[in-house]
Design a protein around this ligand. Structure first.
Ligand code: F6P
Length: 342
């Protein structure tokens, strides 16, 4: 119950790029809030835009059933940034007004680092906020893992597995560009899980001549084909897609046939992996425990597989990139995987 003795009323919004697992998180929040704590749950459409335009839906058990395995978000999402100085309307003030008129005791913000930054700024505006970290990029500061990452990893690795057979049939070099924004988590993990020979990621500066030399040496050593995994966030000429650029440069510098696959939004679609369903459910349920305890201004997190919470003000706006001393990079180098730098 809140201070006026009424059941607590919580709002949920989903913002930023969608990913598998968001509906599992909504379900985790909703079922725990309604069935364990007797709270009321309001779904807010299209991220922060829904709080600006007053687009809401009451969530009860009916809306929450059958969504655990559903990709995307039943609430819709947007990349609306209310703190962006692009409008004469004071959007943060409008959000606070609508939050109060809705009679919310807390707002749960499911999103990536941009969403958590907006959430931390709304805390300063006086709203009670709980953040839940989601993104296929796995680049939210403060948590070891975001849900969405495991599902995207499965999709990327399944694609790389398929590229092995066609590369071998044609004796070609196959380049696959994976998502990840400015971080290389998806490239590193899918490259290692998929048996990539070359992995290019934003955190490690690459030299295309080194990549070409490494691939030529593989060909001279009678390796029938090579797999090159490229993060979308690596530097390449303006207007070029990294996957296209790297494939073209390999062909030009080695004389070997290279073809590219830009995996794109497939990595964001479809049903969540079992691990993402479990992680999203754990995050959602724990978010409600924090609300029941009145511990606002926090983001739920997984640290060493323990579900915990970190202050939003420590998370907002920070990017979690792959540390250069990551053990997976060390092991890859010992297995002669090329990162384009030596
Ligand atoms: O943040 C998730 C993500 O898929 C990134 O990997 C990608 O760079 C970006 O979103 C694409 O943004 P949008 O969906 O706005 O095109």
């Amino acid at each position: 119950m809140n201070a006026s003795g009424k059941p607590k009323r919580i709002g949920i919004l989903t913002a930023g790029g969608d990913c598998p697992g968001i509906n599992a998180a909504i379900r985790g929040v909703g079922k725990t809030a309604i069935l364990e704590y007797g709270m009321e749950v309001i779904g807010i459409s299209s991220g922060f835009l829904g709080l600006i335009n007053q687009e809401y839906v009451q969530l009860d058990e009916n809306q929450l059933s059958g969504i655990l395995t559903l990709g995307g978000t039943i609430l819709g999402t947007s990349r609306e940034n209310p703190f962006k100085k692009d409008s004469i309307v004071n959007k943060p003030r409008l959000i606070k007004k609508n939050y109060e008129e809705l009679g919310l005791d807390c707002l749960v913000c499911i999103g990536g680092n941009g969403t958590q930054r907006t959430a931390s700024l709304l805390v300063e505006e006086g709203l009670n906020i709980i953040g839940i970290p989601k993104t296929i990029d796995n680049d939210v500061w403060g948590t070891d893992v975001t849900f969405g990452f495991d599902s995207a990893l499965w999709i990327a690795v399944e694609a790389i597995d398929r590229l092995h057979t066609t590369a071998n049939s044609h004796k070609r070099i196959m380049v696959i560009e994976v998502m990840g924004h400015h971080a290389g988590w998806l490239a590193l993990y899918s490259g290692m899980a998929g048996g990539g020979d070359v992995i290019l990621m934003p955190e490690i500066e690459y030299d295309i001549d080194i990549v070409a030399k490494y691939l030529k040496k593989r060909a001279l050593n009678k390796k029938p084909y090579s797999i090159v995994v490229v993060a979308e966030g690596i530097p390449c000429p303006k207007g070029e897609k990294p996957g296209h650029y790297i494939a073209d440069e390999i062909t030009k510098r080695t004389g070997l046939e290279a073809r590219e696959t830009i995996l794109g939004y497939i990595q964001r679609g479809g049903s969540p992996s079992p691990m993402d369903r479990v992680l999203a459910t754990r995050y959602g349920a724990y978010a409600v425990e924090l609300i029941a305890e009145g511990r606002f201004g926090m983001m739920v997190a997984a640290i060493a597989d323990k579900i915990t919470a970190v202050p939003l003000k420590e998370v907002g706006g920070k990017l979690r990139t792959v540390p250069l001393n990551h053990t997976l990079i060390e092991k890859a180098i010992r297995m002669d995987v090329c990162f384009g730098n030596c």
